[in-house]
Design a protein around this ligand. Structure first.
Ligand code: CTP
Length: 410
C-alpha cells in the first residue's frame, strides 16, 4: 500500500533489501525498506500522519509506521566516497532503481520488487538464494573496502540463513579482516548481537574463527580456539565447548554472551601472569572481570555488562548440595531477575560436557528455585534483604547482621 500511495503520486517505488529477501525465503517480515525516486520532503508530506522519525533525512531516509509495520522509505541514492571504511557522510540522489541496487552489499540483498515491474534482480540474487550463497554485488574486495562491517554481515547472513560464502568473498574476508579495526565498536556490537541472537550462533562463530576475524574482534576468545581441554569429559577444544553452550541457551542477549565468554579465563589459556590470577581468584571470578572489560570496550549498556558478569561469576555453583536456606541465599546474591538464567547457563554448561547426571540434578534444583521465587512474591522477606542492604540501613557490619539474616532466612 505504501508503494501504491507513492505510485499514485507519480513516483516509482520498490520494496528492497532484507524484507524482500526474507519474503522470498518464505518468512513474514515486519520491517520493510522501500526505495523510491521521491525526495525525502515529498515522502514527509505524503505520509505526514505516520512519521516515526526523520533522523535519517539527510541520508534520504524517512521512517514511518504503517499499520503494524515499520517502513523505511529511502530516496534512490548512490553513496559518496567512503572515508576510513565508514559510512559516507554525503549521499547523492540518483534517478533509477538499478543504480540504487548496485551500491548494495550482497546479491540476495540487492533485489527490488514493485507490482508494476515485478522482481528486479540484476545480480542473480534469486539464484543465489536458491543455491544458498552469500555473494557480493561486484568485486568483494571493493565492497569490503567500502565498508568493512560487511565482513561481519557476510558472516552473519551465512550463519543465520545456513548459507555458504562465495569463494572470492571468503578470500577477501581473510585478507581484509584487519579493516574491522576501523569500524566503530557500536556498529560491530550491533551486528555481533544479531549473530548472538540467531538460531545457531556457532555457525557464524565458527566462520569467525576459521577466517581469524575473531582474533581481531575478541582476541581473548581466539585463545580458546586451539585449546584442547585436558579433562576427559569435555568435547574437543574449549572454543567448541563455548559454542555448544551458546547454542544451547535461550536466545537472550545476556545469556548468550555469558555462555560464549563463561570459560574465557580457564587458567591454561592465559599468560603466565594472568594464569596466576586465574588460579588465585578462580576462572569464574576472573572470567567475569575479563568479560565485563570486553563488553565495556564495545560500549554495551551497563545493565548488560553487569548481568553477564554476575552469570559468569556464579556459573560454577553447580555441584554442592543446597538446602532451601542456601538456595534463598543464592537467589539473593545473584538477584531474582538473574537466577533462572544462571540455572539455564549451568544446565547448558553440563549438557555440553559428558556428565549428564548433573543436568537432571540441576533441572530439579531449578524447579525448586522457581517454587521459592513464587513463595517469595507472597512473602517477600525471604528474598529481598541482603547484608549490604542492612549496612545501608545503618546496621554496623558484624555479627548482628549475620543474626538478622539468619532469622530472615530460617
Ligand atoms: N546494506 C549494504 N551495506 C551495508 C549495510 C546495508 O549494502 N553495510 C544494504 C543491503 O542491501 C541491505 C539494506 O542496505 O539489505 C538494509 O540494511 P539493514 O537494514 O542493515 O539489513 P537487512 O539486509 O535489512 O537485514 P536485517 O533486516 O536482517 O538486519
Amino acid at each position: 500500500e505504501v508503494l501504491k500511495i507513492l505510485e499514485e503520486h507519480g513516483f516509482s517505488a520498490y520494496v528492497v533489501g532484507g524484507a524482500l529477501r526474507d519474503k522470498l525465503l518464505g518468512k513474514s517480515p515486519y520491517d520493510f525498506d522501500v526505495a523510491t525516486n521521491a525526495r525525502p520532503e515529498d515522502v514527509e508530506s505524503l505520509f505526514k500522519d505516520c512519521i516515526l522519525t526523520t533522523i535519517g533525512k539527510k541520508f534520504g531516509t524517512i521512517k514511518i509506521k504503517y499499520r503494524e509495520f515499520e517502513v523505511e522509505i529511502t530516496t534512490f541514492r548512490s553513496e559518496g566516497a567512503y572515508e576510513k571504511n565508514r559510512r559516507p557522510q554525503e549521499v547523492s540522489y540518483i534517478k533509477t532503481i538499478e543504480e540504487d541496487l548496485k551500491r548494495r552489499d550482497f546479491t540476495i540483498n540487492a533485489m527490488a520488487y514493485s507490482e508494476k515491474t515485478g522482481l528486479v534482480d540484476l545480480f542473480s540474487g534469486r539464484e543465489d538464494l536458491e543455491h544458498k550463497i552469500i555473494r557480493c554485488v561486484g568485486d568483494p574486495e571493493l565492497r569490503i573496502r567500502e565498508d568493512a562491517l560487511r565482513i561481519l554481515r557476510a558472516i552473519r547472513f551465512t550463519g543465520s540463513l545456513n548459507f555458504k560464502i562465495e569463494e572470492n568473498l571468503y578470500e577477501s574476508i581473510i585478507k581484509n579482516r584487519f579493516l574491522l579495526q576501523n569500524i566503530s565498536k557500536e556498529r560491530i556490537a550491533m551486528e555481533f548481537n544479531k549473530i548472538m541472537l540467531s538460531e545457531k550462533p556457532s555457525r557464524s562463530l565458527n566462520i569467525m574463527a576459521d577466517t581469524k576475524v575473531i582474533d581481531i574482534l575478541f582476541p581473548e576468545l581466539a585463545k580458546t580456539v586451539g585449546y584442547n581441554q585436558k579433562t576427559p569429559y569435555h568435547i574437543r577444544t574449549l572454543f567448541d565447548h563455548l559454542l555448544c553452550v551458546t547454542d544451547n541457551v535461550e536466545p537472550k542477549l545476556e545469556l548468550r554472551l555469558a555462555a560464549l565468554f563463561h570459560d574465557i579465563a580457564k587458567p591454561e589459556t592465559l599468560s603466565i601472569d594472568e594464569s596466576g590470577l586465574g588460579h588465585f581468584f578462580g576462572h569464574d571470578k576472573l572470567g567475569s572481570e575479563m568479560s565485563k572489560r570486553i563488553l565495556r570496550e564495545y560500549n554495551y549498556p551497563n545493565v548488560v555488562v553487569e548481568k553477564v558478569g554476575i552469570l559468569i561469576e556464579s556459573h560454577m555453583k553447580a555441584h554442592e548440595e543446597m538446602t532451601d536456606k542456601a538456595l534463598r541465599k543464592q537467589i539473593r546474591k545473584v538477584g531474582k531477575d538473574n537466577i533462572l538464567d544462571l540455572y539455564d547457563l549451568m544446565i547448558a554448561d553440563r549438557y555440553c560436557t559428558l556428565i549428564n547426571r548433573d543436568v537432571e540434578f540441576l533441572k530439579v534444583r531449578k524447579n525448586r528455585v522457581e517454587e521459592l521465587l513464587e513463595e517469595s512474591t507472597s512473602n517477600d522477606k525471604f528474598l529481598s534483604v541482603s547484608g549490604s542492604d542492612l549496612i545501608e540501613m545503618g546496621f554496623k557490619e558484624g555479627k548482628v547482621i549475620g543474626e538478622i539474616l539468619n532469622y530472615l532466612t530460617e
